[in-house]
Design a protein around this ligand. Structure first.
Ligand SMILES: C[S@@+](CC[C@H](N)C(=O)[O-])C[C@H]1O[C@@H](n2cnc3c(N)ncnc32)[C@H](O)[C@@H]1O
Length: 262
């Protein structure tokens, strides 16, 4: 099962098959599924079509060890979430947006360019990632976008002092099952303070065994699946980026459930 829902909704079900070159990098969260989940262009992937393209360096580490490098390049889900924001850009001016696990921060920066009041965040334990967020802001002429350290599942002074939020963003934050509950704890905390808020999130399907459904129920949250076709994101190339490729990316919107669970 995918993080969000069952059964797994793959792009393949809409007539497209998923890439499977049969390799997995040592750091790959999909190692269990035996699929290659290296970022496209990664030197750790020798799948021909990927190798020809330029891309980020390989990340090699034991599974489960947090790697600051994860936030140092854009992931395919970021392009899909950015497309969702662009598709709904008319609704963004003045909306207060917080991006979690922002890394390169593509979705948050698109939201800021569209007129939203954006705050970017990444793990407070990964200063390199936070610095990278700041560099992304500068490179995109958005020097005033605040960048804060926010570690999932941790109640920190930064979390406690956050301004009200309308939209929480997270692209490819559900990549390590041990973190799923921490992410949802933070999201729940934010939604208790901002009951109207929504969590717009994309994730890459890496293992059919992963699910957040039980955690959503535990934390009184609900999710709806957003088909990629509904915002013109069911493409291998999006907005000039070939990152989505044949990765299976899904999008969901998480919000507070009512007392009857709906
Ligand atoms: C797979 S990357 C995705 C980065 C970016 N959102 C994108 O899609 O390009 C995961 C991101 O989560 C951040 N991260 C990892 N563990 C975290 C934690 N415990 N708290 C907050 N952020 C974390 C990483 O630093 C990284 O930026």
């Amino acid at each position: 099962r995918t993080p969000g829902h069952a059964p797994c909704r793959r792009r393949g079900s809409a007539g497209r098959s998923r890439s499977s070159c049969g390799e997995s990098s040592p750091a790959s969260p999909s190692a269990r599924a035996g699929r290659c989940a290296s970022p496209r262009g990664s030197a750790s992937c020798s799948c021909g079509s990927w190798r020809r393209r330029r891309g980020p360096p390989a990340v090699r580490s034991p599974p489960g060890v947090p790697q600051p490098q994860y936030g140092l390049y854009a992931w395919p889900g970021a392009v899909v979430l950015a497309q969702y924001l662009w598709f709904h850009r008319a609704a963004l001016p003045g909306r207060r947006v917080l991006e979690l696990g922002a890394g390169v921060s593509l979705p948050g920066l698109v939201a800021a360019k569209c007129g939203a009041e954006v705050t970017l965040s990444d793990s407070e334990e990964l200063p390199q990632c936070l610095e990278n967020c700041r560099r992304s802001c500068l490179l995109n002429d958005l020097p005033h976008v605040p960048v804060i350290g926010l570690t999932w599942g941790r109640v920190s002074p930064e979390l406690l002092s956050l301004a009200p939020v309308d939209i929480i963003l997270g692209s490819d934050v559900f990549f390590e099952p041990k973190d799923f509950e921490d992410i949802l704890t933070t999201v729940y905390y934010l939604m208790e303070k901002n009951p109207h808020a929504q969590f717009w999130t994309t994730y890459q399907v890496r293992s059919a065994d992963w699910s957040i459904e039980a955690l959503l129920c535990k934390w009184k949250l609900k999710n709806i699946h957003v088909p990629l076709q509904s915002f013109n994101a069911d493409k291998e190339h999006l907005a000039g980026s070939s990152l989505p490729g044949r990765h299976t990316i899904e999008m969901m919107i998480i919000s507070l459930a009512k007392s009857d669970g709906t």
